[in-house]
Ligand binder design. Structure first.
Ligand code: PMP
Length: 354
């Protein structure tokens, strides 16, 4: 730390992203898609677009917001786009909860929520999950605070239904409810329709997982025109060109290619179910994950030891050294052959321990 960092940020504990590596490994630690993006993405990233990079990107993001709006049956003024959904979450937490406002979130959830709460001076309440790791929806009914919940939740993978989301949103009319649907494509539902009925709901989605574009950094929020106008006011006060021209083009092409992505998503879901069943046969306790990762624990081997042994074999999975989940691994659903290698390796590791 230099002598110059503001005292306000001295105690900030940053979010720790999953490791990115250059050597050849089986990478099941950051919930990326095993599939390349749609070929339509490659088509639009052509020399015509590159030759226009001397110009700033469109700060209004008209093309991208229209493409997203069309998919979700809303108007473009109900769509806000960010540099990854992290950017959207940051603007939302800053704008609706910052400088002394409130926020409630599940105690075990996406690690960025407490970091944003801290950096933006938000009074955060972290609400414990049920013993089976499910979100206790009743805890959020009539809470009287702003709320952020990942649905499906991370790293548990568990989801709750649209009618339960509606109860939370309807019972907190004077607060913003942010539903982070980063993994919802793998669950096959969405509460985005509710934004037409409730002006206090913001649904956040990302291109990073379902659309194989984690490296592109595009996410978006869907909400009432007024909420979206607020987010744009903040964005135009901070970084108007938050999405670059190549990302705008690529994401706009990707979101329209339902045929390609529906197929890849259903393949990931099929692999998730197959591998979950195999892990359960090996005695693992796996949550009923509705996302593109599996959350698993075994009585036969400690999770940190298993993560280390898999790493020795070139397989990266995510281990969180945190209370209540420190005997669990979060394993991204990768390519079928990689998942077969994972199961084979786990079998061997368990045999060695006998
Ligand atoms: N929400 C959740 C629950 C996540 O797990 C992630 C991925 N780390 C994000 C949001 C952010 O994803 P991105 O910024 O790539 O859109």
């Amino acid at each position: 730390m230099s002598r110059f960092l503001s005292k306000n940020y001295e105690k900030l504990v940053p979010y720790v992203p999953g490791e990115q590596v250059n050597v050849k490994v089986i990478k099941l630690n950051t919930n990326e898609s095993p599939f390349p993006p749609s070929p339509k993405v490659l088509e639009v990233l052509n020399s015509e677009v590159i030759n226009k990079l001397n110009l700033y990107s469109d700060p209004e993001l008209k093309e991208l917001r229209s493409a997203i709006a069309e998919q979700f049956g809303v108007t473009p003024d109900m769509v806000f786009c960010g540099n990854g959904s992290d950017d959207v979450l940051a603007f939302a937490i800053m704008g609706f909860c910052g400088r002394g406002g409130s926020l409630a979130c599940p105690e075990i959830s996406y690690g960025f929520y407490p970091v944003y709460a801290d950096i933006f001076g938000v009074d955060l309440e972290q609400i414990p999950l049920n013993d089976d790791f499910s979100v206790n929806v009743d805890d959020y009914i009539g809470k009287g605070k702003n709320i952020v919940i990942a649905n499906p939740n991370a790293p548990t993978g568990l989801a709750f239904g649209v009618s339960e989301v509606e109860k939370i949103v309807a019972s907190n009319p004077d607060n913003v409810v942010i539903i982070d649907e980063a993994y919802m494509a793998f669950c096959g539902m969405s509460c985005s329709e509710l934004v037409k009925k409730y002006d206090n709901l913001l649904v956040v989605r990302t291109f990073s997982k379902s659309h194989s574009l984690a490296g592109l950094r595009v996410g978006f929020g869907i909400g009432s025109k007024e909420l979206i106008a607020d987010l744009n006011k903040l964005k135009f006060s901070f970084n108007p060109y938050n999405i670059n021209t190549l990302s705008i083009k690529a994401a706009s092409a990707a979101i329209a290619d339902n045929e390609y992505y529906d197929d890849r998503i259903s393949r990931i879901v099929a692999t998730r179910e197959r591998i979950t069943a195999q892990l359960r046969e090996l005695g693992f306790n796996c949550t009923d994950s509705k996302s593109n990762f599996i959350f698993a624990s075994s009585d036969r081997i400690n999770a940190s030891e298993l993560a280390a042994k898999l790493r020795e074999r070139g397989i990266l999975v995510r281990y969180f050294n945190k209370p209540k989940i420190d005997n669990y691994l979060r394993i991204t659903v990768g390519a079928d052959e990689d998942m077969d290698t994972l199961i084979k390796s786990i079998n061997e590791i368990l045999e060695e321990k006998k």
